[in-house]
Design a protein around this ligand. Structure first.
Ligand code: NAP
Ligand code: ZN
Ligand code: ZN
Length: 351
């Protein structure tokens, strides 16, 4: 029984406030991780506010976790005390279904155990995320952080990084492709950097005209304002691939019109429901798909890719006491481009 300081939402739409959780002592195959940084993903807000339904309270959000291994179970072979590691969006899965065997644990047929707002494999022990000082995780669901990377800028890779890397890779984006990243937030800015590192020509589609300079500084080749209706006519049939990271309702049909014949749009943003017409798909044989984070093997591959290409998140580091303010700013698209909680601030307030 490890009494652990945390921050939690006690009910839907309640502010995130101090709370204490119990972490288990590491079992034979577990590691205990001291958390250093945790990113704030828009999914934390959707879930803390119960926008997807079925939220479990009290909820300790956070699935972009970076920290240090401080204790290992007797049979742990992959990690040793002092290793710098990450934990992403899930902490276990059935390990036996076809998806798990193929390294796509996020699609586990029995359901992955998500890092928070879910349950351990026993189906009844709630999981708590990274707005806390430590976490106990099975060694197979831990990621290695390549050495030399600034850790506060690595934390967002554990969700925003893999969520954009996975579809860009899976759908075969290649050098010279015209790629659009729709929405320049936490996911979007990682999408720009990763698609550029893959050699694509990248355009940011944004409803915030003020983000133009940032988009170009992040590496984008072009910037198009979606709140200007002419943009859709001027950029019709332009892109091979669109990655839609937008967290709020928007015009999916108009966006599909920006794809070339046989082009693909992948949804990673999750506002519900999505209103769709058949015509933009039918008329140019366009493809519409979705994508969910990535498996453990692919997440490690993404971290190594980012280390090799110098890809990091642009972050604003905050103390945990500012988390509610940060949520409000994320909702106003006022984040450049990921808030990351310095967990030292949580340790200080809970001696
Ligand atoms: P974020 O940082 O808030 O970015 C979302 C961006 O969407 C904003 O920066 C803004 O970009 C755009 N946007 C916001 N409101 C809009 C509106 N009313 N109309 C048009 N555009 C709007 O959020 P995030 O953390 O990147 O997450 C984005 C979405 O992905 C969320 O729904 C989240 O739950 C989901 N997500 C999915 C997965 C997955 O595995 N599929 C993983 C993580 C997160 P501009 O200002 O540039 O327009
Ligand atoms: Zn996330
Ligand atoms: Zn499985």
């Amino acid at each position: 029984m490890l009494h652990t300081p945390a921050y939690a939402a006690k009910a839907a739409k309640a502010p995130i406030e101090p709370y204490e959780i119990i972490r288990r002592e590491p079992g034979a195959h577990d590691v205990l991780i001291d958390i250093l940084y945790c990113g704030i993903c828009h999914s934390d807000i959707h879930q803390a506010r119960d926008e997807w339904g079925g939220s479990i309270f009290p909820m300790v959000p956070g699935h972009e976790i970076v920290g240090t291994v401080v204790r290992t179970g007797g049979h742990v072979t992959k990690w040793k005390v002092g290793d710098t590691v990450g934990v992403g969006c899930f902490i276990d899965s059935c390990r036996e279904c076809e998806a798990c065997r193929e390294g796509e644990e996020q699609f586990c047929e029995e359901g992955m155990s998500v890092t928070y707002n879910g349950y351990e494999r026993d189906g009844k022990t709630p999981t708590y995320g990274g707005y806390s000082t430590r976490i106990t995780v099975n060694e197979d669901y831990v990621l290695r952080i390549p050495s030399g990377m600034p850790l506060e800028r690595v934390a967002p890779l554990l969700c925003a990084g893999i969520t954009t890397y996975s579809p860009l890779k899976h759908f075969g984006v290649k050098p010279g492709d015209e790629v659009a990243i729709l929405g320049l937030g936490g996911l979007g800015h990682m999408g720009v950097k990763i698609a550029k590192a893959m050699g694509a020509r990248v355009t940011v589609l944004s409803h915030s005209p003020g983000k133009r300079d940032d988009a170009l500084a992040l590496g984008a080749d072009d910037f198009v304002v979606t709140s200007n209706e002419n943009s859709f006519r001027e950029n019709e049939k332009r892109f091979n691939f669109i990655l839609d990271t937008v967290s709020a309702m928007h015009d999916y049909n108009a966006c599909l019109g920006l794809l070339k014949r046989d082009g693909t749009m992948v949804l990673v943003g999750i506002p519900e429901p999505v209103p769709l017409s058949a015509a933009p798909l039918v008329m140019q044989r366009r493809h519409l798909s979705g994508s969910l984070i990535g498996g453990i093997r692919e997440t490690q591959e993404m971290l190594d890719f980012c280390a090799e290409h110098g890809v990091l998140s642009d972050v604003e580091v905050i103390p945990v006491q500012k988390v509610n303010e940060a949520y409000e700013r994320v909702l106003k698209s006022d984040v450049r481009y990921r808030f990351v909680i310095d967990i030292a601030s949580l340790k200080e307030t809970h001696p």
